[in-house]
Design a protein around this ligand. Structure first.
Ligand code: PMP
Ligand code: PLP
Length: 487
């Protein structure tokens, strides 16, 4: 609410693509808005009558406060049901007849209210006309955002971390948009590198117009696991303002920020209690590094949030936040594409997030999940301390997310002069597979496909394996590296 006294966001007409500027409101969606008028009889839109829906109700059992891990049968309130006519018959605010019919492309009013309130709690964007719209997850949101801000005929290009999310790179390249990597350290993007690239841009040498878009994953970056500090975020934002870059902030791991790894008191040790698991939700929110959205005075950020990593990936639901102009264009695009997330997802997620957990309960869920991930991270790091050859391997304990990025010092390899980094990476990867452990090769994430690799890296994750399996897996990985180096 404070934001309504602030100025509105800047206009982005000069950056929006001809494709997205050419979109007009969907005539049929616009016509449906007339149905809000009392007494209106519709012979207009082809909305099927809910009388003909074969689904009478939706129900599920969920984990519940205060003991999230407990079997739902023992916890009152864990059964959730949504009936066909809860609005008409039970004073409900959402029901099957609405959720499973056609709706507006920004998502149902019910779910949209929840994500807007949540964004207000977390980011309080500092300009007046910010808005949210539901997305079908960040994969789809990124595809839309790129179509909105990039155009191959303008020779547009995108900057990103020199190692970046592989699927993002695979989304950008076929659009005919070039990607350029910005140098990183253990905190992610280096503002100086960003500034140098933009200040010294040579259009003909680069084969692309000076970049107008930054795609970044500020917390628990995929694949490096890096998390930008508050200072770093401000510095990156300042460079983006200076060079008028629009920012695509992709934050699926934002809520998995965890306390630093303490080797002596690793959370994976039996009996070690996570003192942060009883943290108040206010303290949890205060402890999160501020979002780019929260410092975005210009309205130059389109933030992508996703329920994939913090509730379930199969919800295919998340949301985007940006200025009114940008969200309006985003909605125009969705009207002719996804039409927003499935009604089933919106119905069940609304029941869980709003009617069962509420904002406080959802934040408690995040605190609980953060503890789980911390325990997993510490188990993987304990295994690395135990099994990896530290003379040739190094790593930075991640402060968020689910990835650990392992650096292998290829310069110390006996064949360093004869073999390329890519060949050595292949050799170690093959040897890992032979020994029964899968890690991702660093080169898969290299932002600039044709550029020389900055180093030899492996991406590991603590998201899926058990603690015992992580120990065995890292032992095997250590053996593979030792074998390759002849240690
Ligand atoms: N962005 C990043 C950085 C990711 O790591 C992932 C998950 N692999 C995604 C986006 C995809 O998220 P979603 O399931 O919301 O499409
Ligand atoms: N598998 C599928 C089908 C995915 O869509 C994703 C992320 O989008 C992943 C796995 C996870 O990819 P990553 O390990 O890079 O997060």
């Amino acid at each position: 609410p404070q934001a309504y006294n602030q100025p509105k966001a800047r206009r982005w007409d000069h950056l929006l693509s001809p494709e997205v500027m050419a979109r007009h409101p969907c005539a049929l969606k616009k016509a449906a808005l007339n149905l809000k008028k009392p007494g209106m009889l519709s012979l207009g839109g082809g909305l099927p009558s809910s009388d003909n829906f074969p689904i009478e109700s939706l129900s599920m059992q969920v984990q519940h406060l205060p003991l999230f891990g407990q079997a739902p049968a023992e916890v009152p309130g864990s059964d959730i049901t949504m009936g066909k006519h809860d609005i008409r018959d039970k004073d409900g605010v959402f029901d099957v007849s609405v959720a499973l019919n056609y709706g507006q492309a920004m998502g149902s009013a019910q779910m949209l209210r929840w994500v807007t309130e949540h964004t207000e709690l977390v980011s309080q964007p500092p300009y007046a006309d910010w808005q949210c719209a539901l997305s079908i997850g960040s994969t789809g949101a990124l595809d839309s955002a790129l179509r909105m801000f990039c155009d191959r005929d303008r020779r547009d290009s995108v900057l990103t971390e020199e190692y970046s999310f592989a699927t993002a790179l695979e989304t950008i390249a076929p659009l005919g948009i070039k990607v350029f990597g910005v140098r990183i350290d253990e905190q992610g993007l280096l503002p100086q590198s960003l500034d140098d690239i933009l200040s010294n841009w040579d259009e003909s040498a680069r084969g692309a117009r000076k970049p107008t878009v930054l795609y970044t994953v500020p917390s628990g970056q995929n694949p490096t696991g890096a998390t930008m500090s508050a200072r770093r975020r401000k510095d990156v934002y300042a460079v983006c303002s200076k060079h008028d870059l629009f920012i695509l902030e992709d934050e699926p791991y934002y809520y998995l920020q965890m306390p630093p790894y303490d080797k002596a008191n690793s959370a994976a040790q039996p009996g070690v209690v996570d003192v942060y698991s009883n943290q108040s939700t206010e303290d949890y929110l205060k402890g999160l590094v501020p979002t780019l959205l929260s410092i975005d005075v210009d309205g130059r950020v389109l933030r992508m949030d996703s329920f994939s990593k913090v509730v379930v990936p199969g919800s295919r639901m998340g949301w985007v936040t940006a200025s009114e102009q940008v969200i309006e264009r985003y909605i125009r695009l969705q009207e002719c594409a996804s039409q927003g997330p499935a009604g089933f997802s919106q119905a069940l997620m609304y029941k869980l997030l709003d009617e069962t957990w509420g904002h406080e309960g959802y934040l408690r869920w995040l605190i609980n999940l953060r503890s789980e991930y911390m325990q997993r991270r510490d188990a993987l790091l304990d295994a690395c301390e135990k099994h990896l050859p530290k003379d040739v391997m190094s790593w930075t304990p991640p402060a968020s997310g689910m990835f650990l990025w392992l650096r292998v010092d290829h310069t110390r390899h006996p064949h360093a002069g004869q073999k390329t980094i890519l060949e050595l990476e292949q050799e170690i990867f093959d040897s890992c597979i032979e020994r029964g452990v899968l890690a991702c090769r660093g080169s898969w994430f290299c932002a600039e496909r044709d550029a020389a690799l900055p180093g030899l890296f492996l991406r590991t994750t603590f998201a899926s394996s058990s603690q015992a399996d992580m120990d065995v897996a890292i032992h095997r990985l250590g053996q593979a590296v030792r074998a390759s180096f002849g240690i």
